[in-house]
Design a binder for this molecule. Structure first.
Ligand code: B16
Ligand code: MG
Length: 217
C-alpha cells in the first residue's frame, strides 16, 4: 500500500542544530548572556521568531521591536554562512538508505520542517530531488506543535492522515504528528520523545523490515 512518509529536516535528515546554536550563542553574547547547548534543546522544531522570544526570556532582556527585527536578520545571516559550507557529509547516518528504500517501494515522501531555509539546505546536501513535496517555514502560519506543517505535507501527497508516517526529533513535532492523527516516529532519545508511537536513536536502528511493517499497516 502506498503511504506518505513525512520527514522533519533539522535533527532528522541533517544536524543543523549545531549551526543554529552557534548563531544564537553569538547573538546572546551581544546582550551578555551565556547561551548553553542544553538551553539550545528548547529551540528544536521551534520557529525562529519564537526561538528569539525564548532566548530573550532566558536572558531576561526586554528588547524593542527594532532590536528583534535586526537580530532575526543578523542570526539568519550567520546561520546561512554555516549552511553554505554544508555538503553530503552532513547527512545523518542511514538517511540515504531509508530514502532509497522508500523510493524503491514507491512510497510518497515529503518534507515537513519549521525552517525557512529548508530548500537551500536540501540543495547543499543533494537531497532535494528525493522529495515529492516540500512544506517548510515559508508555507505555514502556525508552528509545531500545531499540525499545520504535516497536514499540508499530507495534502501535497494526496494522503489521508491515517496513512501518514512522520519522522521527528522534537517533542513539539511529535505532538503535531499525534494531533494530526498520523503515526509518529521519534528520532532521538526515547525518554524525551516518549509521546511518539515508536522511537529510534537514529536511522541505523531502523530496519527495512520495520519500514515494510509501516508500508503494510
Ligand atoms: P530557520 P525543523 C527547525 O527545523 C529547527 O529545529 C529550529 O531550531 C529552527 O528554529 C526552525 O527550524 C526555524 O529555522 O531559522 O532556518 O527558519 O527541525 O522543523 O526541520
Ligand atoms: Mg527537527
Amino acid at each position: 500500500m502506498k503511504k506518505a512518509f513525512i520527514f522533519d529536516l533539522d535533527g532528522v535528515i541533517v544536524d543543523t542544530a549545531k549551526f543554529h546554536y552557534l548563531a544564537w550563542r553569538n547573538l546572546a553574547k551581544g546582550i551578555d548572556f551565556d547561551f548553553t547547548t542544553a538551553q539550545n534543546e528548547q529551540f528544536k522544531g521551534v520557529s525562529r521568531v519564537r526561538s528569539l522570544e525564548i532566548l530573550l526570556e532566558m536572558a531576561n532582556y526586554k528588547a524593542t521591536q527594532e532590536e528583534k527585527d535586526a537580530w532575526l536578520v543578523q542570526k539568519n545571516v550567520e546561520y546561512l554562512s554555516y549552511i553554505q559550507k554544508m555538503d553530503q557529509s552532513e547527512i545523518l547516518p542511514d538517511v540515504p538508505r531509508v530514502l532509497a528504500y522508500l523510493i524503491e517501494k514507491q512510497q510518497g515522501i515529503a518534507l515537513g520542517s519549521a525552517s525557512k531555509n529548508a530548500r537551500p539546505i536540501l540543495e547543499r546536501v543533494a537531497l532535494l530531488d528525493k522529495f515529492h513535496a516540500i512544506v517548510d517555514g515559508n508555507d505555514v502560519t502556525t508552528a509545531k506543535p500545531d499540525p499545520e506543517v504535516f497536514v499540508k505535507g499530507a495534502q501535497a501527497l494526496g494522503a489521508a492522515a491515517k496513512h501518514c508516517i512522520v519522522f521527528e526529533d522534537s517533542i513539539a513535532g511529535i505532538q503535531a504528528a499525534n494531533t494530526a492523527g498520523m503515526t509518529s516516529i521519534g528520532i532521538g532519545d526515547a525518554a524525551v520523545l516518549h509521546e511518539a508511537d515508536h522511537v529510534f536513536s537514529d536511522f541505523t536502528e531502523m530496519s527495512n523490515d520495520f519500514l515494510d511493517t509501516l508500508i503494510q499497516k
